[in-house]
Design a protein. Sequence first.
Length: 210
Amino acid sequence: MAKIYLLSNQKYQNVENLEVFHIEYIKSNIDLSFYDALIFTSKNAVYSLDSFNKDWKEIDSYVIAPKTSQVIESLGGKVVFTGITSHGNEFAEELIELLKDKKVLYIKALKTVSNLVGILKENEILIDELIAYKTSCKKTNIILEDSSVFIFTSPSSVECFFKQHIWKDSYKAIVIGKTTAKFLPKEVDYIISSETSIDECINLARQTLL
């Protein structure tokens, strides 16, 4: 029987989690008082920073997407801007005017794929980077059902899936954003969610199975 497989640990009714990677937080003793703006493009960056330094809550946060903004607000942080496009390079373009004359810290994964930092530096934004987490592939022993829909939530989810699974013609792929889509093998047809949101990906997947 066809299933919806979500390559994330978030729980949804009638959706099976296929956790092909895990997140490891990287602690730091960074002094945040030097900065007056923080950039977040992932909720994992928020959770990691919050695990070892609470001072971030006093600093203005510039956030790529609504779901991550919700996480920041739930932890008591200060969201001053949420991205409109929810895609890395376009998000950087949105930030240029907002971050003029600010000292900025981008809290990020060990591996990132957008050119956010490069774009901001080209536009004379003073920006530093803090690596707050990394992803590692994880072995799964699930036998995947034919004709199923797979929701890829990050480039890491693509990389780790294809390290241990072979793509079948009967499978369908839903992708959370343009950046993640670039990592899919050429033979995989996919649909990109209209919003950078797992909820929207789930809705698309359910429509696909109708």
